[in-house]
Design a protein around this ligand. Structure first.
Ligand SMILES: [Zn+2]
Length: 432
């Protein structure tokens, strides 16, 4: 490690949260429960982690900002479709893949504005050096496509946050530890070397979304800058970290990103309602702990995670890692205490009956292949900063925005200065 990595500088952590998101409801029997965001937040408060970080209520993202990546017609449709008018709009509903997996629910547009606003705002804080780590567990909707919803995801906040980071950084690394392939983010940056995507996911058995083969490595200028680590059922902490750490270390050495986005989907944990991996909080959290050592600004987002008591456990635990504070295994009294019955422990046990069908030989082979791809990259691509998108790179079209989004740098700074801060922790107590 370099001296900088060893410096142990105190990390300034910003946590974005809006209670409105926790009240969103995809519908009966839908596995996605935004309520987990409130549970994770309350658990972090109960562990007094708010004293070690700043908590912000996110500003709402505008349609114009969303259209930096998404098609204008898709954004426009999301802005006016409601449970009441969706039947009249059945044709378009189908076109944009809204319906069963991605339902139109009450507050959907607000939901999109809030989770996306927080990710972009988090990226802006990192850019301006106001924070070292920004956390938005409401974000991480990695399946969202340019012109359609997919896999419980609507607006792809990750892509938009990465675009924000690219205004200041020549290279951005995206890491995805959700059990599902980060297809929306990979697709968005498949032909560029400005963003490297690295996704660890279940692959095979027609598992959603079906992409993310080891052979898929990017195209054109992006060749070797999309990396996929396909895994099979039952992967445990040790096998996962035996891939994650050496691969990430090599990526950091070769690619040298200026900022990193870590999508912390918690459906890769043991006991997930939709997943079939066998990670514990320790194995999952180690991904952030290890990444922190490289001393690069990090945007941490949520993602999948369908056994909500464990999602809350995981994200509260990862918040503790962000603020470098050890927290006890006994869950303190909190608003949702009863959800953690019967043991009221923070940590979860892996399945003892779930076989890890990833063989040592397969995992080694995967690692070798990834290393081989990385060796095809000579060194970090030197991007000319004049190629960066200008600050005013905003499509012109009418919109119902409440902010003037044709912002100059000064206006952008102003927005950040006026972040609605809910709580400011005492940094002096933060160790690294
Ligand atoms: Zn997922």
């Amino acid at each position: 490690m370099s001296r900088r990595e060893m410096s142990g500088r105190k990390k300034k952590v910003a946590y974005f949260y809006d209670s409105e998101v926790g009240g969103m409801y995809y519908g009966p029997n839908h596995p996605m429960k935004p309520h987990r965001m409130s549970m994770a937040y309350e658990l972090a408060l109960a562990y007094e982690l708010h004293k070690k970080m700043q908590i912000f209520s996110p500003r709402r993202c505008s349609a114009i900002e969303m259209a930096q990546f998404h098609s204008e017609d898709y954004v426009d449709f999301l802005s006016h479709v409601t449970p009441d008018n969706q039947e009249e709009l059945a044709g378009q509903l189908k076109k944009y893949n809204l319906g069963e997996d991605c339902p139109v629910f009450d507050g959907l547009w607000d939901f999109c504005k809030l989770y996306t606003g927080a990710s972009i705002q988090g990226a802006a804080r990192l850019n301006q050096g106001h924070s070292d780590i920004a956390i938005n567990y409401a974000g991480g909707l990695h399946h969202g496509k340019k012109s359609e919803a997919s896999g419980f995801c609507y607006i792809n906040d990750l892509v938009l946050a990465i675009l924000e980071l690219l205004k200041y950084h020549a290279r951005v690394l995206y890491i995805d530890i959700d059990i599902h392939h980060g297809d929306g983010v990979e697709e968005a940056f498949y032909t560029t070397d400005r963003v490297m995507t690295l996704s660890f996911h279940k692959y095979g058995d027609y598992f959603f979304p079906g992409t993310g083969d080891l052979k898929d490595i990017g195209e054109s200028n992006g060749k070797y800058y999309s990396l996929n680590v396909p895994l099979r059922d039952g992967i445990d902490d040790e096998s996962f970290q035996n891939l994650y750490k050496p691969i990430l270390a090599r990526v950091m050495e070769i690619y040298q990103p200026g900022a990193v986005v870590l999508q912390c989907g918690a459906d890769s944990l043991a006991h997930d309602r939709l997943g079939s991996f066998n990670l514990t909080l320790e194995g999952h959290g180690e991904c952030l702990r290890f990444l922190k050592k490289f001393d690069v600004p990090i945007l941490v987002t949520g993602g999948g995670g369908y056994t909500k008591k464990n999602v809350a456990r995981c994200w509260a635990y990862e918040t503790s890692i962000a603020v470098s504070t050890e927290i006890g295994n006994e869950i303190p009294d909190n608003l949702y205490h009863e959800y953690y019955a019967p043991d009221y422990n923070l940590h979860i046990q892996p399945w003892t009956t779930l076989e890890n069908i990833n063989t040592q030989a397969d995992l080694e082979q995967t690692k070798r292949k990834i290393f081989q791809y990385l060796s095809a990259i000579d060194h970090a691509p030197s991007v000319q900063m004049h190629k960066l998108p200008p600050e005013t790179y905003i499509p012109q079209f009418d919109d119902d925005v409440d902010l003037d989004t044709r912002f100059s740098q000064e206006e952008r700074d102003l927005v950040t200065e006026h972040d609605a801060e809910l709580y400011e922790g005492d940094y002096d107590q933060i160790g690294d």
